[in-house]
Design a protein around this ligand. Structure first.
Ligand code: URA
Length: 434
């Protein structure tokens, strides 16, 4: 087999055989196929696409390129949850304890932030003492005893994806349904859960800008998961504006605690309860969607989910007093307020621009090795549909580096669109595919 023939075949729009896909992916992972040939193939895939059959094969090869986690020692149906990435998306911090409080075993691996989107592992590490790595035995034992453990994804999971993702990032080849599906699903399948709830985002702050593209991605991921024997549900939700009011690691932990205490912004509460209910349903803890919704709501409102969160934090070395004493979480030394210079309604709040402003204020990494400022972030006082008089507060940008906070505040101002007419309230949950 030869790489140039395979690249040419895909360039002509033909389907590749399993052997050809394996030759390229494993050759590249092992360092035999050079970057320039893999880049050419990735671009041909972006332009000509892959069939679902090719994508199933690609996903399997990427999954098997590294370690696959065996969760069979954990009792019950293990349900994982994955978000395709967004701004202010702290749902895992809420959904995982809610589902665990309903009896769904949560054995989850999460990722770090990528570019303007935050990652659960970074958020959890803003809790003093919290550790996101654990030996396999202790991970299994934690889930069996406490019902929940969330750790960082190890480098041994799907190394082919790790290498291909880095190449896609710098060759303009991220936006392909087949490549995104195989990238996400290879990692999820290797992580060992029996069922997976996907939160597929669409809008300005998401990979998929339109509902139609998000729907296609969701359908592909559900099909590919099911063809590997997993029970799957995908929720398509809007990422036109950030979720909740808080963007930034410690700030998002504070907001997650507010929701677990029965408060918090409506949107984050709504999507968290929806995702938790879908996990309860897939986990076999309820026999209808309505019953699952009732269970998730009860776990939240009774305080059992908050108690589960405390147990989870303490079990991973974190200071569980953060739920009562917020000052124990990292505090920012500087705050810059962003105010409206004209009266009107917020007609749009660009999620990607807010994500970038928060990253530049210190909450995210520019490069993988960068340190992040756990206290940095943005508190959104006004969101789409809210009214503001001239001089009213739109948002506040926080952080420990004054220059960066000022730069973030300037960018945050540019994320707001103010107009004379009140816009329609954006719809958050668009569809459930199962
Ligand atoms: N997240 C991933 O892990 N991979 C992609 O390709 C896109 C989002």
């Amino acid at each position: 087999m030869n790489a140039v023939d395979i690249i040419n075949k895909k360039r002509r729009g033909e389907a590749l055989s399993a052997e050809e896909i394996k030759f390229m992916v494993m050759g590249f992972t092992d360092g035999v196929i050079p970057d320039y040939q893999m880049s050419a193939l990735l671009m041909a895939i972006c332009l000509k696409g892959m069939t679902k059959e090719e994508t199933v094969v690609l996903t399997g090869i990427m999954r098997d390129s590294g370690e696959t986690v065996d969760l069979s020692d954990i009792r019950g149906i293990k349900v994982d949850k994955h978000s395709t990435g967004g701004v202010g998306d702290k749902t895992t911090l809420i959904v995982a304890p809610v589902a665990a409080a309903c009896g769904v075993p949560i054995a989850k691996m999460s990722g770090r932030g990528l570019g303007f989107t935050g990652g659960t592992v970074d958020k959890m590490e803003s809790i003093p003492g919290f550790v996101t790595s654990m030996e396999r035995e202790r991970f299994i034992e934690s889930v069996n005893e406490k019902g929940i453990a969330v750790i960082g994804q190890t480098g041994h999971i799907a190394p082919a994806d790790k290498k291909m993702y880095a190449l896609r990032d710098v060759t303009g080849t991220t936006e392909s349904i087949a490549l995104i599906t195989s990238s996400i699903m290879s990692k999820k399948l290797a992580a060992g859960a029996d069922a997976i709830v996907l939160d597929v985002k669409c809008g300005s702050g998401a990979f998929m800008k339109t509902y139609e593209d998000a729907r296609e991605l969701a359908t592909w991921m559900v099909d590919i998961g099911e063809s590997s024997g997993k029970n799957m549900t995908a929720v398509i939700s809007s990422m036109e504006q950030p979720l909740g009011k808080a963007v930034g690691n410690a700030m998002e932990v504070r907001e997650a605690i507010d929701v677990l205490k029965g408060g918090g912004p409506d949107d984050i509460r709504e999507i968290s309860l929806r995702l938790a209910a879908e996990m309860v349903l897939l986990g076999g803890r309820a026999d209808s969607r309505e019953a699952a919704e009732g269970m998730a709501l009860e776990a939240l409102e009774s305080g059992r989910a908050l108690e589960k969160f405390r147990e989870f934090v303490a079990n991973q070395g974190g200071d569980e007093r953060i739920t009562e004493e917020e000052d124990l979480l990292p505090q920012a030394a500087f705050a810059v307020e962003v105010r409206a210079d004209e009266a009107g309604f917020v007609t749009g709040l660009d999620a990607m621009k807010i994500g970038l402003a928060s990253q530049h204020a210190g909450a995210g990494r520019e490069k993988k090795e960068d340190e992040i400022d756990m206290a940095a972030g943005i508190l959104l006082e006004r969101k789409t549909g809210d009214e503001a008089a001239a001089g009213d507060l739109l948002c506040t940008v926080f952080g420990n580096d004054k220059t960066r906070v000022q730069a973030g505040a300037k960018e945050a101002r540019e994320a707001y669109r103010i107009g004379p007419e009140r816009p329609e309230k954006p719809e958050l949950i668009k569809e459930i595919i199962d």
